[in-house]
Design a protein around this ligand. Structure first.
Ligand code: NAD
Ligand code: UFG
Length: 340
């Protein structure tokens, strides 16, 4: 299939481009490079030996995005485009609602005009809010989001459900990611955050490379085995493969489907730190710090539905995640560097 990867230059998008190309799909990528570099696309081409047709385009701009649909016969869209920084979304909610929703509106409108029926959406475990039961199944209550970023995901899920009700020929996969980490084993592509990382793993790798003195462990008084927050970390390559499997499902005329993409295993912040101690070969310095506002104690998936219906099984464990994240960081201390 010819797949439009919206936001394909970013962290998850670039890894998914690799798996799509490896699976024999053609990739058209559209990204305004707001939070990414074109170098990621060059590297995907190097890894796979295949080419990507790239458009630098704001997907909230209807006329600009129309060119992509006009020039390419698209069979399906994977929509990664969006802003994802939780604290920033609290500061500037309108920017988040506008960008995250408008990009979906424009792409869905053009899908309608160009008769494209298959759409995969990047949602998040954040739609479950503070879980009442664990592990989380797809049937668990959603909507108790604690920040505007999470609410954009919840709203978009609802919009997609309404669209599928109105048009039974649409096939939509909502993928609720847990915590994607790690990098492609080649060390050529990986996560390249701007400024101070918000998320645990890129922060740890920056401590390991000497860019930051120590990690702040946000809270050790949660109701978890060691008191630190527990999450379901999933290797980025496993997550990327999940998108290829979701496309296969859509091709069967699935209608609307929703899947958790996680491993089903919960690891604490200190478990992750210790996995990096091993990967890096020396202890990662850390200090216990206050809880981060809005954080929950624990969150992990029940991955059974994705396993049974997609054949999705995460192959990599936390030690692989730490090894590959460190491999990327140590080979690329400044990420993709400055754009040429
Ligand atoms: P990312 O920031 O690396 O990638 C998003 C890409 O979208 C970037 O390349 C950015 O330039 C592009 N983009 C943003 N707005 C755009 C616009 N208006 N027009 C064109 N391109 C635009 O983020 P990621 O980690 O790869 O996340 C991808 C998706 O998955 C996002 O929707 C994110 O919310 C979601 N998600 C991420 C995580 C995570 O922990 N990384 C967890 C759950 C869900
Ligand atoms: N943490 C620290 N120190 C840090 C950063 C994080 O101790 O410097 C802790 C957090 O308190 C939490 C755990 O590490 O217990 C994971 O935090 P992340 O920021 O890496 O991830 P979150 O679970 O908070 O959120 C991530 C994404 C969201 C997404 C969510 C669920 O950032 O976009 O996973 O998919 F919605």
């Amino acid at each position: 299939m010819r797949i439009l990867v919206a936001g394909g230059a970013g962290y998850i998008g670039s890894h998914t481009c690799v798996e799509l190309l490896n699976a024999g799909h053609e990739v058209v990528c559209a990204d305004n490079l707001l939070n990414s570099k074109y170098e990621s696309i060059r590297r995907v081409e190097k890894i796979t030996g295949k080419t990507i047709k790239f458009y630098k385009v704001d997907l909230a701009d209807y006329e600009a995005t129309k060119v992509v649909f006009e020039e390419n016969k698209i069979d399906g869209v994977i929509h990664f485009a969006g802003l994802k920084c939780v604290p920033e979304s609290i500061q500037v909610p309108l920017k988040y609602y506008q960008n995250n929703l408008d990009t979906v509106f424009v792409v869905m409108q053009l899908m309608k005009e160009y008769n494209v029926k298959n759409f995969v959406f990047s949602s998040s475990a954040t739609v479950y809010g503070d879980p009442k039961v664990l592990p989380l199944t797809e049937d668990c209550e959603v909507g108790g989001t604690t920040n505007p970023y999470g609410t954009t995901k919840y709203f978009i899920e609802r919009i997609l459900m309404d669209m599928c009700k109105a048009d039974s020929s649409l096939n939509v996969a909502i993928l609720r990611y847990f915590n994607p980490v790690g990098a492609h084993p080649s060390g050529m592509i990986g996560e390249d955050p701007n400024g101070i990382p918000n998320n645990l793993v890129p922060y740890v790798t920056q401590v390991a490379i000497g860019k930051r003195p120590y990690l702040n462990v946000n809270g050790n008084d949660y109701d978890t085995p060691d008191g630190t927050g527990v999450r379901d970390y999933i290797h980025i390559v496993d997550l990327a493969i999940g998108h290829v499997l979701a496309l296969n499902k859509l091709a069967t005329g699935s209608g609307l489907v929703i899947y958790n993409l996680g491993t089903g295993n919960g690891y604490s912040v200190l478990d992750i730190v210790h996995a990096f101690d091993k990967a890096v070969g020396r202890p990662i310095p850390y200090k216990i710090a206050p809880r981060r506002p809005g954080d929950i104690a624990a969150c992990y998936a029940d991955p059974a539905k994705a396993r049974e219906e997609l054949g999705f099984v995460a192959k990599y464990g936390v030690d692989d995640m730490a090894r590959d994240a460190w491999n990327w960081q140590s080979k690329n201390p400044d990420g993709y560097g400055e754009e040429q």
